[in-house]
Design a binder for this molecule. Structure first.
Ligand code: CTP
Length: 414
């Protein structure tokens, strides 16, 4: 799932930590996402990684003490001006302490002091260096004053000690930077529940009934929401890889699990008074309508079942129809194969399950499931908006754009 940073300029600051080599991976992630990447390095960082490495990865000249030029934009004032976001990764304890004091004694700290917006910082240092009162105070000060911290990891550090201080994974830093670029006041701090994946209804302990749903649309929506600043509850039966750590997934298996997890999450987001923003539920999960009436323990033997086998099924509880929707905006999903009546069925869902909107997609065949693309029409009582065909993350962005209109009185800064 590729987050698009086309048209964005990222300024990557690298300081003198052993994890400076990981900044190469990070630069690569930004380049792959389509961003234009500029790098500024402290003299100590140059002892770990060559500026030539970053120049080759980014195809841009690297700002160092030696390369600074006042005949071009490669200086500590102009470089920051042309970038949308500044991330320092890795940031040593020394740099963190300097930044908190407003000290500008090298090319990177000078660039940071001159930078107009928030700066993201991914610390990397020995546990004791980070735990020192001075560094702790510096980090608290920075966090309260326009800097965003990307927490270091607990693990075996390069110096041999075990503890907090390892640089966050490049993927996690990438997510945080993308989030700074995608931020949307409408979704920021809004609690949103997303359900996804096809449920598995047990026949016995090794067999189940399911459907072809891949869970990718729900995952894309969760990531799109995270990028816009929402607090996401992601309930799914599958596909938990590659999520930012801020999205704590809730694993479900069958329709009953999805029902219980959705009910509990709605209860939580509607009673928690942390935010006054109306929560949303995107009910993408392909919940089985029927489940085996009497799931068996152990493994049923073929010899005992005979030539044909009938399994008695009972209806599951319809999650979307049964939940309390009084304090939450709900968006249902409707996949249909009937070209004549599909759209009417989707429109009917508005009343049938009393939802605020329906995302309708017409499937051609079983292969329509599981792909990276989808085509959706966003249906409300007032309008039907064709969102077109696109990769699922782009489509998720369009769904969120339309979903904002479900609360017209709130500001939509788009
Ligand atoms: N849904 C649900 N609980 C179920 C079944 C479906 O919450 N037991 C939700 C799905 O997550 C989706 C919406 O209901 O958001 C539409 O599901 P669908 O089964 O297509 O709707 P039905 O009206 O039940 O359609 P059909 O008669 O075609 O099965």
């Amino acid at each position: 799932m590729q987050i698009d940073l086309t048209g964005k300029s990222v300024l990557l600051g690298v300081t003198g930590s052993i994890s400076a080599y990981k900044a190469c991976d990070l630069a690569r992630l930004f380049v792959k996402a389509g961003a234009s990447v500029h790098v500024v390095m402290t003299p100590s960082a140059e002892r770990f990684v060559s500026s030539l490495t970053f120049e080759a990865l980014t195809r841009n000249a690297v700002l160092t003490e030696k390369s600074e030029s006042w005949a071009s934009e490669l200086n500590h004032i102009e470089l920051g001006k042309k970038c949308d976001v500044f991330v320092i990764a890795p940031a040593t304890a020394n740099t963190i302490n300097k930044l908190a004091q407003g000290i500008a004694d090298n090319i990177l700290t000078q660039t940071a002091l001159a930078f107009k917006d928030k700066i993201l910082i991914a610390p990397a240092a020995n546990t004791q260096m980070l735990a020192k009162k001075a560094t702790c105070n510096a980090m608290t000060f920075l966090q309260n004053n326009d800097y965003t911290m990307i927490a270091p990891q607990d693990k075996l550090l390069a110096c041999g000690d075990v503890g907090s201080g390892a640089l966050a994974d490049p993927e996690e830093i990438f997510f945080e930077v993308a989030k700074a670029l995608y931020r949307d006041p409408f979704w920021e701090n809004r609690r949103v529940i997303v359900t996804g994946g096809g449920t598995r209804e047990k026949i016995d302990e090794v067999r189940y009934i399911s459907n072809f749903s891949s869970g990718k649309m729900a995952k894309s929506l969760s990531i799109a929401l995270y990028l816009r600043g929402a607090e996401v509850t992601y309930i799914s039966t599958m596909d938990f890889d590659g999520l930012p750590s801020a999205i704590a997934p809730i694993a479900a298996e069958d329709a009953q699990d999805v029902l219980e997890a959705t009910e509990a999450s709605i209860q939580k987001v509607t009673t928690d008074k942390g935010t006054l923003k109306t929560p949303y539920l995107f009910m993408v999960a392909a919940v089985a309508d029927f489940t085996p009436k009497e799931p068996k323990s152990g493994k049923l033997k073929k010899s005992a079942l005979g030539d044909t086998w009938s399994i008695a099924l009972k209806q599951t509880t319809d999650v979307l129809a049964s939940i309390d929707k009084s304090a939450i905006k709900t968006v249902g999903f409707k996949a249909e194969m009937d070209t004549q009546e599909g759209l009417n069925h989707a429109i009917a869902l508005l009343d049938k399950k009393e939802v605020d909107a329906v995302c309708y997609n017409l499937l051609k065949d079983a292969k329509s499931f599981g792909g990276n693309e989808n085509e959706i029409t966003f249906i409300t009582k007032e309008a039907q908006v064709a969102l077109g065909r696109a990769d699922k993350l782009t489509l998720a962005g369009k769904i969120l754009h339309e979903s904002k209109k479900l609360i017209p009185e709130e500001e939509t800064n788009d």
